[in-house]
Design a protein around this ligand. Structure first.
Ligand code: AMP
Ligand code: ZN
Length: 136
């Protein structure tokens, strides 16, 4: 895609700190890391988000993300990693070339977790039933 920043990174038109590359995927350092080592993993095929990405391409990305996570754990000595993906502007997605964030985490690093709210069992059941109906 001609005006996609991540397509330009993959093709080398825009510089990046490359971490890993294979036939299908490319991983590089996030320019504004949440924590040291924060990496992004993308597919070489341009897809906007999870909704328009074929399952096999998602599998390619997750396979590369695991390799990156292992390397980050070794190098940063982190205690855990967040592997996450924003899909759609409402979720915080800014770059519309699907990418997975691999973020090293340390115990007590102070990075605020998402706010959770306890849900009523009836609410979980009602919504769960409706969602299940779309997963057949
Ligand atoms: P998202 O909010 O999920 O779309 O995340 C986009 C991510 O891309 C952000 O964490 C940015 O810091 C990162 N980013 C944007 N431009 C670049 C770039 N040129 N090189 C590396 N990371 C970038
Ligand atoms: Zn792209």
């Amino acid at each position: 895609m001609t005006d996609c920043i991540f397509c330009k990174i993959i093709s080398g038109q825009i510089p990046s700190t490359k971490l890993y590359e294979d036939e299908m995927t490319y991983a590089f350092m996030d320019i504004a890391p949440v924590s040291p080592g924060h990496a992004l993993v993308v597919h070489k095929h341009h897809h906007s988000d999870i909704f328009d990405t074929p399952e096999r391409d998602l599998a390619d990305i997750m396979s590369a993300a695991k390799k990156v996570a292992i390397a980050l754990k070794t190098v940063t000595k982190c205690d855990g990693v967040n592997v996450s993906m924003n899909n759609g502007a409402a979720s915080g997605q800014v770059v519309f070339h699907l990418h997975v964030h691999v973020i090293p985490r340390k115990t007590g690093d102070g990075l605020a977790p998402w706010p959770h709210q306890k849900a009523a069992p009836e609410e979980l059941n009602m919504l769960g039933t409706e969602i299940r109906g779309h997963l057949k």
